[in-house]
Design a protein around this ligand. Structure first.
Ligand SMILES: [Zn+2]
Ligand SMILES: [Zn+2]
Length: 372
């Protein structure tokens, strides 16, 4: 529900407004000023990177994949660590965060989705926080309300956030270089790092629903982008994530850049996390087959109208795409038929449809070359 006052204007959430704009301005002005006056400092830079990784991973591995989705189970040191360093990002308690996030998955792209991207980039990125709209109730996080770590964090959230996110980096700066080091610690691994981690998370809600491809689901705006994965600890493979939210991986292919999945895997080898959930390979291939089938069918319908104007070689290519699609149509459009498919047959089907898709992409480029 939107919060509006009697004049119909949107109501600003002043605490969020001052915090989000204040930290942004302090980082943008304070950090260059500090570096100008006191010079470049490798210690502060290293502390920034360390805090960025520890707090960023606490969001992606902890708040997101562990607490919001239960993609794996973790020993208490991991739960405690991600609770402490997650608080240091000032993104709210894990209970609030997970509640918003679960509503996002449930109602994606429509009312009820707190960061619904169909309301625009600004709303999905930060507007929903500035206006404090769409705050849902906590019915969907009863499990976390009963979790000792999450409820402990809820009780002591403000001292934990300030202590871990601001006091700790300031103190580490002070131990290194007295008051000047403390100021640097406050500004660089403190405030600037908070801004960076916040906008990294915000990009997952905004750009990851706008930029990239949709290989596993075309029923939501969520997209896979390796560029965004680079700056979001692997969360940029957001299309796969929405299709298989319970999977501990977002970059499902082994080479896809997903440091969060690698961190989970290493913790698993160390015996600190277990019961890593993975989607069945057949389910992933079926999702791929379904997307390829639907998109190819739509593209083919467009090309059919122009087929007569194409050179014969392209017409033959289109005919082949059509027969490939017809060969597999029953399998991607008929749920009963799908059950008959083995992993091997699915792989063949996906490979054939990907080849057909590549041909149509080539055709698109030729058209651009000839018209442009
Ligand atoms: Zn999303
Ligand atoms: Zn999620």
């Amino acid at each position: 529900m939107s919060q509006t006052n009697t004049t119909g204007k949107r109501k600003i959430h002043w605490l969020n407004f001052f915090f989000l704009t204040g930290t942004l301005v302090a980082a943008a002005v304070g950090v260059p000023l500090y570096l100008w006056v006191f010079g470049w400092d490798w210690y502060q830079f290293a502390l920034f990177v360390l805090f960025f990784i520890l707090t960023g991973l606490s969001i992606t591995l902890g708040y997101h994949r562990l607490y919001s989705h239960h993609a794996f189970e973790a020993a208490w040191p991991i739960k405690l660590f991600t609770i402490l360093f997650g608080a240091a990002t000032f993104q709210g308690t894990v209970i609030e965060w997970a509640s918003d996030h679960r509503y996002h998955h449930k109602f994606v792209d429509r009312d009820g989705d707190p960061y619904d991207v169909t309301k625009g980039f600004f709303h999905a990125h930060i507007g929903w926080l500035l206006y404090g709209e769409n705050r849902n109730n906590a019915d969907n996080v009863r499990d976390l309300l009963a979790d000792p770590f999450a409820s402990w964090q809820k009780r002591y959230y403000v001292p934990l956030a300030v202590g871990m996110g601001i006091v700790l980096p300031t103190l580490l700066g002070f131990l290194y270089k007295g008051p000047v080091g403390a100021l640097g610690g406050f500004l660089i691994p403190g405030i600037a790092r908070i801004v960076f981690v916040q906008h990294m998370t915000f990009f997952i809600n905004s750009l990851c629903h706008m930029v990239g491809r949709r290989p596993y689901s075309i029923h939501c705006t969520c997209r896979d982008s390796w560029v965004l994965a680079l700056v979001t600890f692997g969360e940029g493979y957001h299309n796969f994530h929405h299709a298989f939210a319970y999977d501990y991986r977002n970059g499902v292919l082994p080479w896809q850049w997903d440091p969060t999945k690698w961190a989970i895997w290493i913790l698993h080898r160390l015996g600190l996390v277990w019961n890593l959930k993975k989607a069945r390979p057949e389910a992933i291939l079926l999702a791929r087959l379904h997307v390829l089938g639907e998109t190819l069918q739509a593209k083919l319908a467009q090309w059919r109208q122009k087929a007569a104007r194409l050179p014969v070689s392209f017409q033959n290519g289109l005919f082949q795409v059509e027969s490939t699609l017809a060969r597999w149509k029953d399998y991607w459009s008929n749920p009963e038929k799908r059950k008959e498919l083995s992993e091997e047959i699915l792989k063949t089907a996906v490979r054939e449809l990907e080849r057909a898709d590549a041909f149509l992409r080539r055709l698109d480029r030729v058209r651009w070359a000839s018209t442009g």
